[in-house]
Design a binder for this molecule. Structure first.
Ligand code: GLN
Length: 424
């Protein structure tokens, strides 16, 4: 058993048959499971047992899957290494001594270690793609609105989606088939954009003949040399199979990390306000007025990274600073979206390294949060633009896994599945 893959190991049986019968699934611990505690990796929710299933979980059960446990994660999804979890860090099962990536590190590690066939994670700014890349598995971040967020404990609700992990593109796509589609409990979902009878899994044909790939030069700048080399080898492989590539420019992405962190922290400061020890969360013995009791519960229940983000987010939204930070970040978001739309008019998909670096050594990134935020440079622009992306294993550098990220137009998941499967 790998270290700290699960926060809670508990079997939840699904229906007798269905498309996923016989398959085991790890579920990230910010996705609600009725009757099974859902901690978000936080002391705040150490004893929280949801009264209902997330829509993604009910669909897993209906599809016949067996849930084998609630996977470890950075506290409330805030991190890139799964080291901010209150329940201890997860080790990378295929690169010992290194982090599995985050925030869905337990989910990716479960699949990489063979402790589950499949897993669900959530991706606010890269939290599916980063751990997929670092653990050498496939991860899909769906278009905003393809998968219901009902029952996903919110961090940055305008950015995040639940999505699948698997050892192959086809299996990840089959899991996406189960969880995708409109849900009356989430008004941001829409009807499945698939033709009658088609499925995402069927799209894993590996056919890239005639496909055009745009490579945004900005997403290669400053990346590790070995990562860049592995990336170009993968592009050459796609060229050999009949795809063509050209370089494209996304000038706005220079501002994406700043914009992402302002928006994500602002939303987090509001979303996490409900954890006060009364409505939700950690109970405290503190005596005093309600202000003092709330403050004590939040002081005890939240870790450092979560507190940092609540403070910064509250600041960015406060009167007098709102226009300077939050509004500016929204303008940058619109610019990023426009850049992607333009690039995708001239290319079928965009490709880059998923992460600019190979997996960090354990403990390396905790001292310097800013360094950690910068590692999200290639993933966060996609969430700002609401687009779908996949991370697929591209090879190794110095025995460490490298992931290739493919980004497609909104609701273009079939195209991503087809392209990614050509690299297997
Ligand atoms: N690393 C990013 C963050 O900390 C992304 C996290 C995520 O996608 N949940 O916000």
């Amino acid at each position: 058993m790998s270290e700290n893959v699960f926060i809670t190991e508990e079997t939840i049986e699904g229906a007798e048959d269905g498309p996923l019968s016989g398959q085991t699934v790890a579920v990230k611990d910010n996705i609600s499971t009725a009757g099974v505690r859902t901690t978000c990796g936080s002391e705040m929710l150490e004893e929280y047992v949801p009264p209902y299933d997330a829509t993604a979980v009910s669909r897993l059960k209906e599809a016949g899957a067996t849930i084998v446990g609630k996977a470890n994660m950075d506290e409330f999804g805030m991190g890139t290494t799964t080291e901010t979890s209150h329940f201890g860090a997860t080790e990378n099962p295929i690169a010992p001594g290194h982090v599995p990536g985050g925030s869905s590190g337990g989910s990716a590690a479960a699949v990489a270690a063979g402790e589950a066939d499949l897993a669900l994670g959530s991706d606010t700014g890269g939290s599916i793609r980063c751990p997929a890349a670092f653990c050498g598995v496939v991860g899909i971040k769906p278009t905003y609105g393809l998968v219901s967020r009902y029952g996903l404990v919110a961090y940055g609700n305008s950015l995040e989606q639940i999505g699948p992990f698997a050892n192959s593109v086809e299996d990840a796509a089959a899991l996406l088939d189960v969880i995708a589609g409109d849900d009356e409990h989430d008004a941001t979902t829409r009807e499945l954009p698939l033709e009658n009878g088609a499925s995402y899994a069927d799209a894993a044909t590996g056919d890239v003949d005639g496909l055009t790939i745009g490579v945004p030069t900005e997403l290669l700048e400053g990346a590790d040399e070995g990562v860049v080399e592995t990336f170009w080898d993968a592009i050459a492989n796609l060229e050999d199979q009949g795809a063509e590539y050209h370089e494209v420019s996304l000038p706005s992405v220079e501002h994406a990390v700043e914009a992402y962190y302002v928006i994500a922290m602002s939303e987090a400061s509001s979303n996490l306000a409900r954890f006060d020890g009364v409505r939700y969360g950690h109970d405290t013995d503190a005596e005093g007025n309600w202000n003092e009791t709330f403050a004590q519960a939040r002081k005890e229940g939240f870790g450092d990274e979560v507190k940092r983000r609540i403070l910064l987010g509250t600041y960015a939204l406060s009167a007098g600073y709102h226009d300077k930070y939050y509004k500016k970040a929204q303008d940058a978001r619109a610019w990023v979206k426009q850049d992607f739309d333009e690039a995708l008019e001239e290319a079928d998909v965009l490709a880059s390294p998923t992460m600019p670096v190979p997996p960090f050594e354990r403990g390396e990134s905790l001292e310097d949060p800013l360094q950690m935020y910068l590692a999200d440079a290639n993933t966060v622009p996609v969430n700002l633009a609401d687009l779908p992306a996949v991370s697929v294993p591209a090879g190794e550098t110095d025995d460490l896994p490298v992931g290739l990220q493919l980004v497609g137009p909104a609701f273009g998941e079939e195209r991503l599945v087809r392209t990614a499967s050509a690299l297997e």
